[in-house]
Design a protein around this ligand. Structure first.
Ligand code: SF4
Length: 328
């Protein structure tokens, strides 16, 4: 069956993936493969904008690729590759920089956030981040970019940049990408307060063993008003219940909803039930991951094959771009 177009998405190499990555992105990446030609990229150059050390970069790339493949990214259908291995992206970044107003870049809320987070490392790469992201998207002639709502300004920027480029050079060689705003649930960490994140150490890694997973789940913060087992709880403000809604059966969700409120179930048993269901859900992923991890070279080969396939598209785009500009 003909696919509907090409999807592009990238993520920084953050190593082993967690439940927040899974629910927010990976699950969606896997599903999109049925309808689109998908290009998924480990954006290692983007990572450099804020990274203080690159010691873990290679290993984090490997671990993330391993998790993506184990979760169902199919390298036969999709292109999975490393951003810096296709040098045309930096070339296109330079060309697009010439049609990217600096004031617009420094006005983006995401840039202001980064300045707040990294006040001592405000580099040119950080300002140009959306330009590099635009180069990523348009280099592969992507029709659609799945993003969370926080990335919306970047895609708007990409669309404007494409229009500026095409207008300035009187061409239509670059494709304006459409945005697919995905319902990314805000996945809270084990603290029940902040977004799940490795840096906050409130995450549940997908690749943990079932025992380790249960141990982490037992540390999850629940309804703070439920001090004793006999205190009734409120599942509506409990992150464990939010997770049940994703991983448990409708009957179990209904049971927890009722029993928590009348102290019929304790938090320990409630968490054990969630751990059991999460472990069951992740069992095929873990099995495949263990299998893939036996042959690390194959993971690098898969990425290399992705590089080669991505480069073919990139070379074609760049020759069209250069011809449109009239570069000698
Ligand atoms: S019983 Fe479950 S839903 Fe209720 S507060 Fe405890 S962990 Fe949360």
């Amino acid at each position: 069956m003909a696919k509907k177009g090409r999807v592009f998405s990238g993520a920084r190499p953050t190593g082993r993936q967690h439940l927040g990555n899974y629910l927010g992105a990976i699950r969606n990446y896997v599903a999109l493969q049925a309808d689109y030609d998908c290009v998924y990229c480990v954006v290692d150059l983007h990572a450099l904008t804020t990274m203080e050390t690159t010691l873990e970069l290679k290993n984090n790339t490997y671990e993330m690729a391993l998790d993506w493949l184990a979760a169902g990214i199919d390298p036969k259908q999709s292109i999975l590759f490393i951003q810096s291995h296709v040098h045309q992206v930096t070339e296109l970044f330079t060309i697009l920089s010439m049609v990217s107003p600096l004031g617009k870049l420094t006005d983006l809320p995401t840039f202001k956030d980064k300045v707040r987070e990294n006040p001592h490392n405000i580099n040119l790469g950080l300002v140009g981040y959306p330009v590099l992201m635009t180069a990523d998207i348009v280099l592969y002639k992507s029709d659609l970019v799945p993003v969370g709502i926080d990335q919306q300004p970047h895609i708007e920027f990409a669309r404007e940049t494409v229009r500026s480029f095409n207008f300035r050079y009187n061409t239509n060689v670059l494709i304006e990408p459409a945005m697919k705003v995905t319902e990314v649930p805000k996945v809270l960490g084990t603290d029940g307060q902040q977004k799940m994140s490795k840096s906050l150490n409130n995450h549940i890694e997908l690749a943990l063993t079932p025992e380790e997973t249960q141990k982490v789940i037992m540390t999850m913060v629940t309804d703070p008003a439920r001090v004793r087992r006999s205190d009734p709880g409120n599942p509506d403000i409990c992150n464990v219940f939010s997770m049940h809604k994703v991983f448990s059966s409708p009957e179990e969700i209904a049971m927890v909803d009722v029993e928590c409120r009348r102290a019929g179930i304790g938090c320990v048993d409630c968490k054990k039930l969630f751990a059991k269901n999460l472990n069951a859900h992740l069992a095929p992923f873990r099995e495949k991951r263990a299998e893939l991890a036996k042959r690390p070279d194959d993971i690098w080969d898969t990425l290399q094959d992705g590089d080669t396939r991505a480069r073919v598209i990139a070379e074609q785009t760049m020759s069209e771009v250069k011809a449109a500009i009239g570069l000698p």
